[in-house]
Structure formats: structure tokens, C-alpha cells
Design a protein around this ligand. Structure first.
Ligand SMILES: C[S@@+](CC[C@H](N)C(=O)[O-])C[C@H]1O[C@@H](n2cnc3c(N)ncnc32)[C@H](O)[C@@H]1O
Length: 279
């Protein structure tokens, strides 16, 4: 992996130099050539059956309750156009649709979208899409980005791409709901080692914090083969979200600390839930 990355970087550098010199093709072409060779962690891990096995007990009832509370709090009317950005298998999208909303759920994982598509109807659609790129402009009344589906990228400027793209996709005064882990509490209560058994597989999980990211290293064996994946999430705090949202013309109107919409407290809250409007 390290060899591939190093090789990729040197190919990328040479190609970029050559492309710049020859002025014939955009240098970003080299970026895509390298992306074809080594996938980013969130592209591969979230698309495996093992990811779905490990998180099979993700709480659907909790998701239902959360979304129902949000719809009530935001006073969303039927037929409100909502984008569920990084929707996974669509658990929040499905409830939003049951509550009368027009919902599009998008995710980078083809497997998750394939599963979500089984729930499609006239007013509930799913698609594979990268959250860094905008879909339609000035189209959605609200964009939901839920359950720590942010802060995965190598490059912090990709965070900005996501926020810029959300801003473009929202109608004037449209609403952004961003639900992230409370990094402060996550760091102070980090469970370093854990074993989980799901679908006959023993997952050995190790976590650590390097001052910027929380890492979750997941190792397991299946059918005589060993596997290892690492989730890596930027440990973003309220101040980081304030900076990025305000600088991209959002106004934060509420912060909550859990799925019951109790107030946010940096030391004790489980979640950091931000409600912002497009200025
Ligand atoms: C922690 S899961 C949450 C999924 C869903 N929101 C839920 O609560 O069930 C994070 C999701 O982000 C998706 N994801 C990661 N990077 C993405 C990207 N660049 N664009 C779109 N989705 C992405 C993953 O495929 C994964 O489904």
C-alpha cells in the first residue's frame, strides 16, 4: 500500500510537471489516474459487505426518532425537498419520506445505494454520488448530513468543497442539518480496544487519536483470508464547524447535543448537531 502510494505520488508529480509543460491537458488528469490505482479509505471500506456486517445493529429506531424530532422542530411541510447527503442504506431518507417529504438520498457506496433503492417510490429516490460535487443548483429546501458523514478526506480543502456544494444546492434560506460526533467527548472516552462478533466474524477494533484524527483500525479474518481497514475521521469541534460554515455564508441557528435535541455541551454531549441556514 505504501509502495503504491509512493509510486502514485511520483507518477502524479511527473505527470503534473509534464502536463503543465506541454499545456495540452488539465493537470487534474493525473489526479484521476492515481485515484484509479489507490482508492481512498472511505471509498473501499464503506462499500464492503464487512462494513455492513460490523454495523448491522445500527439503530434504526433511534434514526426514526431523530428525524421525526427534526421534522417537528424545523416545522417542515409535506413535499419539502430534502437531500440526504451520504445516506448509507437510507434509514433517515426512508423515515423522512414516510413523514411526507420528497427525498433524494445519495452516497458514494454503490452497495449501499443498491440496498437503498429497494425502498424507492415516486417521492423517494437514491443515487450514487460524491458529496464533494454539487447536484442541481438552488434546488433543495434542506440538506441533511447525518451520523458523522463528514471529515473523511485527506485534504481539508475537500471539507470546503462539501460545504460549498451544499450551499449551491440549497434554495435561498434553505436549511442544513449536520450531525457529527462530539469530538471532545469522543476523545476523552475513547475505547482503545474492543472485540465484536457479527455474522460469524470476529472483528478486532483498535482506536487512537493523533491530535487531529480519530482512527479506528479494524482487523478480521474470513474464509482463511486476513483483512484490515482503517476508518479515519477528522476530530472537528464546534469552532471548526463555525469557521467553515460562517465563511461559506451559512448562519448557525441552533446547536443540539443528542438525537432528542437537548442542548449541546462540549464535555457531556454525545453528538454535535448543527442547524444552519443559507444566507
Ligand atoms: C457513517 S456512514 C453514515 C451513513 C448514513 N448517514 C447513516 O446514518 O446510516 C457514512 C457514509 O458516508 C458515505 N460517504 C463517504 N464518503 C462519501 C463521499 N465522498 N460522498 C458521498 N458519500 C460518502 C459512506 O459511503 C457512508 O455510507
Amino acid at each position: 500500500m505504501f509502495f503504491l502510494k509512493t509510486l502514485c505520488n511520483s507518477v502524479k508529480t511527473s505527470l503534473t510537471l509534464w502536463l503543465k509543460k506541454s499545456k495540452c491537458v488539465s493537470p487534474t488528469v493525473s489526479h484521476y489516474i492515481c485515484k484509479m490505482e489507490s482508492k481512498e479509505w472511505f471509498e473501499s471500506w464503506f462499500d464492503t459487505t464487512y462494513y455492513h456486517a460490523l454495523y448491522k445493529n445500527r439503530d434504526d429506531d433511534e434514526a426514526k426518532l431523530f428525524v421525526t424530532k427534526l421534522v417537528q422542530f424545523l416545522n417542515l411541510e409535506a413535499r419539502t425537498k430534502i437531500l440526504d447527503l451520504a445516506c448509507g442504506k437510507g434509514r433517515h431518507s426512508i423515515t423522512l419520506n414516510e413523514l411526507g417529504m420528497d427525498v433524494l438520498g445519495v452516497d458514494l457506496s454503490k452497495n449501499s445505494i443498491e440496498r437503498a433503492k429497494k425502498h424507492e417510490n415516486e417521492t423517494l429516490k437514491f443515487d450514487v454520488h460524491d458529496m464533494r460535487d454539487p447536484l442541481s443548483i438552488d434546488h433543495f429546501d434542506a440538506v441533511f448530513n447525518l451520523f458523522t458523514s463528514f471529515g473523511y478526506f485527506d485534504d481539508y480543502s475537500d471539507n470546503e468543497k462539501v460545504i460549498r456544494s451544499i450551499h449551491q444546492m440549497l434554495k435561498a434560506e434553505g436549511i442544513l442539518v449536520l450531525d457529527f460526533m462530539n469530538s471532545e467527548k469522543a476523545i476523552s472516552t475513547l475505547v482503545l480496544n474492543e472485540i465484536k462478533n457479527e455474522d460469524g466474524i470476529e472483528f478486532s477494533i483498535n482506536r487512537n487519536y493523533d491530535g487531529k484524527h480519530i482512527y479506528k483500525n479494524i482487523q478480521f479474518s474470513d474464509a482463511g483470508k486476513s483483512f484490515q481497514y482503517t476508518e479515519r475521521v477528522q476530530a472537528l469541534k464546534l469552532i471548526d464547524f463555525e469557521n467553515i460554515l460562517i465563511s461559506h455564508n451559512f448562519q448557525i441557528i441552533h446547536t443540539f447535543g443528542d438525537f432528542n435535541l437537548n442542548p449541546f455541551d462540549e464535555k457531556t454531549s454525545d453528538r454535535l448537531i448543527l442547524i444552519a441556514t443559507k444566507k
